[in-house]
Design a protein around this ligand. Structure first.
Ligand SMILES: Cc1cc2nc3c(=O)[nH]c(=O)nc-3n(C[C@H](O)[C@H](O)[C@H](O)COP(=O)(O)OP(=O)(O)OC[C@H]3O[C@@H](n4cnc5c(N)ncnc54)[C@H](O)[C@@H]3O)c2cc1C
Length: 446
């Protein structure tokens, strides 16, 4: 069988949340793209089920608005946080935060989102979307590989297809093969969150019973046991994520989680616990895996920086990369000089997006996850002051919602949590060494 040769301007590897919107938008701008994915269909997995308003607006404006009219997507308007006392017997504080007027987040099963994106894109991309193929570089040992890469894949009954792209975008997720070809770092296979004083394990579970409040993202923190996150998952019931000190769930963790969830039922009606519900350990760590560019190769989304599953930040950052890449490819000029400049501009942007997210996730951590003494001070401050100053929670929701692209500093976060100047020394004295290292790392990235 003879092989066919195609020469797209941009080869996008990975038809996921980042790759699919990127391909459709470049195609609409008249740029010749080829989008490939090794999967034929997306599996049902515990991954990205909560989309903040910022990325939702982006997808709506960029050709995918029809998706969100389906009953498989449900809106979330506010976030409700409950703080339990030391003994888990009382609610010692409650905070409700609302997205700014007219804005909301959405929840969905991960595979439903990916399949819907692919469905919309396929109508326009036609044979420029190829699923279920394994791409092989054919000249990886050549010194010129990163400037003039060539690939091949086989299609059933059609022989092999050779690809000579001008650009290659790796949108192929955490364990990116494109990053390997670029000789970038390997992603850690971590299962634990080692932020703060304690090492925590995140567990995901599905509960068949519908949530008591459909449009609210519920968070219940107990100082001794862990933090429960629960939200409506259309077509399923509820998705739960549970973050607990590692020691409490290390052995026999499935039963331990069931016991802990039962304790929480007093404060949050999660409906009957289905013992057959799938419960999985969830990898969670915020890790930069750049550089984002090398020669003709560019990385975006999880391929260049893994986010934690907290607060729906993964999709936000992936689509921020996509929106910059759309601009960069639009500006592409034939001159090597301009290509080099836009590449550098993108690489810097991707890194700064990641460090911005680090700050946002870190501040979220303090608000909802931490079980060290300092988080009690923060909760106290939040409870005392936020009701008097509604602009503060609105600002925080805008940051988490991806509605503002501000890059807050650690000091600004301290101000928001009420830990200004004089109290900062006290804060640092209360923190464990892991959290101190985390702060220095974030500060050195700003
Ligand atoms: C448990 C969990 C929960 C999360 N919850 C949320 C959440 O609620 N909200 C949120 O915003 N973020 C969440 N995240 C993060 C979010 O899932 C990611 O940030 C997001 O999926 C990144 O999108 P992506 O397109 O970069 O990568 P992916 O979604 O990983 O997509 C990569 C695509 O590339 C394909 N691929 C991989 N290798 C190859 C290859 N060699 N060749 C061809 N194709 C390939 C894959 O099949 C896939 O289609 C969560 C993460 C986890 C682990």
């Amino acid at each position: 069988m003879t092989s066919k040769v195609i020469t797209p301007e941009v080869l996008i590897v990975g038809a996921g949340i980042a790759g699919t919107p990127l391909a459709l938008n470049l195609h609409k701008k008249g740029i010749d793209v080829l989008l490939v994915d090794r999967t034929m269909t997306c599996r049902r997995v515990f991954k990205a089920e909560y989309m903040q308003p910022g990325p939702l607006n982006f997808l709506r404006k960029n050709g995918f608005s029809s998706i969100f009219k389906s009953p498989h997507f449900s809106s979330i308007h506010n976030l409700h946080f409950r703080d339990l006392g030391e003994n888990n017997q009382d609610v010692i504080g409650e905070i409700s935060m609302h997205y700014p007027h007219g804005q909301h987040a959405v929840t969905f099963a991960h595979d439903v989102l990916v399949e819907s994106l692919r469905h919309v894109a396929r109508k326009e991309l036609k044979n420029r979307l190829v699923l279920g193929v394994n791409l092989h570089p054919t000249n990886i040992s050549d010194p010129s590989f990163h400037e003039r890469p060539e690939f091949e894949f086989a299609l059933p009954n059609m022989g092999s297809v050779k690809i000579r792209p001008r650009w290659v975008v790796g949108a192929d997720g955490r364990h990116s093969t494109v990053r390997e070809w670029m000789k970038g770092p390997k992603a850690p296979k971590n299962l634990r969150v080692i932020w703060g004083a304690k090492s925590e394990l995140i567990i995901g579970a599905e509960i068949a019973a519908p949530p008591p409040t459909k449009h609210t993202y519920q968070v219940v923190r107990s100082f001794n046991n862990g933090t429960l996150f629960a939200f409506n998952l259309p077509g399923v019931g509820q998705r739960l994520y549970f973050s607990a000190p590692e020691g409490t769930v290390k052995k026999d963790w499935q039963n331990a989680i069931q016991r802990i969830l039962k304790d929480f039922r007093k404060f949050h009606d999660i409906g009957p616990l289905d013992t057959h519900a799938p419960i999985v350990g969830c990898p969670a760590f915020q890790t930069w895996l750049g550089p984002a560019t090398r020669g003709r190769f560019v990385l975006c989304g999880d391929a260049v920086g893994v986010t934690t599953p907290y607060g729906g930040q993964g999709i936000s950052v992936a689509l921020e990369h996509v929106s910059h890449l759309i601009q960069n490819f639009e500006w592409r000029a034939q001159s090597q000089l301009i290509s080099g400049l836009t590449r550098r501009e993108y690489a810097l942007m991707a890194e700064s997006t990641h460090s911005r997210l680090d700050i946002i996730n870190w501040s979220l951590y303090f608000l909802f996850f931490a079980r060290n003494p300092i988080s009690k001070l923060i909760t106290q401050h939040v409870l005392n002051s936020w009701q008097q100053n509604p602009s503060l929670p609105a600002h925080v929701m805008s940051l988490f919602g991806g509605l503002t692209k501000e890059h807050p500093s650690i000091s600004e976060v301290f101000d928001i949590w009420g830990l200004q100047k004089g109290r900062r020394a006290k804060l640092l004295s209360l923190l464990g060494p892991a959290m101190k290292r985390q702060i220095s790392r974030i500060e050195s990235n700003i």
